[in-house]
Ligand binder design. Structure first.
Ligand SMILES: C[S@@+](CC[C@H](N)C(=O)[O-])C[C@H]1O[C@@H](n2cnc3c(N)ncnc32)[C@H](O)[C@@H]1O
Length: 205
């Protein structure tokens, strides 16, 4: 009988790999990664508007590493509070900040310092610093009080949360009653094999 051994990496180890991976994206997005990054990818494969992206700071668009287009899921209105979980270098964050305007705010949450500082620099370059806040944190434990968000957006991040049930409870907790969640992520339609489940780099991608 063939025995299959799955070695699931532990949480702290996985978190470190995730942080290293996205620090590398922030430091040098031109490096080869085993996922797509950048503006051309966002326009050609995910349907973002080229002119809108070209009007944003290049430091944000070149480091985009999402999996879909959460802002295409539904509207964001002037004056609303939006929380971007795993905001990365800030491309969706800045698009949302333009939609909420000066009376709204967009709160980016990300555990990777290099990504947070890139997003903040991009917000300043784009003239959007007034409505953008950056917080250190994770989807499993969002550093916000209950019921603050009209909209939660996330792009390619929920798959990185180790405890998925907790991630969805946290999203529900920070949303106002009747709030909306625009979530873009990877969905699989068959179980992963043992080689995939044992590979920390794939957990982090
Ligand atoms: C695939 S990138 C996507 C970034 C951004 N949403 C975008 O579309 O470019 C993943 C981002 O999530 C962050 N991240 C990783 N683990 C996280 C977690 N547990 N909670 C929140 N963010 C996380 C990483 O630091 C990285 O910036």
């Amino acid at each position: 009988m063939n025995e299959v051994c799955i070695v699931t990496p532990d949480r702290d180890y996985l978190k470190n790999i995730v942080r290293e991976t996205y620090t590398a994206v922030a430091d040098d997005p031109a490096t080869e990664f085993h996922f797509h990054v950048g503006l051309e990818y966002a326009v050609r494969l995910l349907g973002y508007d080229r002119a809108e992206l070209e009007s944003l700071p290049e430091i944000a668009t070149s480091r985009f590493a999402g999996l879909g287009n959460p802002l295409a899921i539904g509207p964001i209105h002037p004056g609303e509070t939006v929380v971007d979980l795993g905001s990365g270098a800030g491309m969706d964050l800045l698009l949302a900040a333009r939609r909420v305007g000066r009376l709204g705010r967009v709160i980016g949450v990300d555990p990777t310092p290099a990504m947070r500082s890139t997003a903040w620099q991009a917000a300043c370059e784009a003239g959007l610093a007034e409505q953008v806040w950056m917080l250190e944190g994770e989807v499993e434990s969002i550093p916000l009080t209950d019921g603050v968000a009209d909209v939660v957006i996330s792009n390619g991040v929920l798959n990185l949360g180790v405890d998925k049930g907790r991630v969805f409870r946290e999203i529900a907790r920070v949303l106002k009653p009747g709030g909306r969640a625009y979530l873009a992520d990877a969905i699989i339609d068959r179980p992963f094999g043992p080689a995939t489940l044992s590979d920390p780099a794939l957990w982090a991608s």
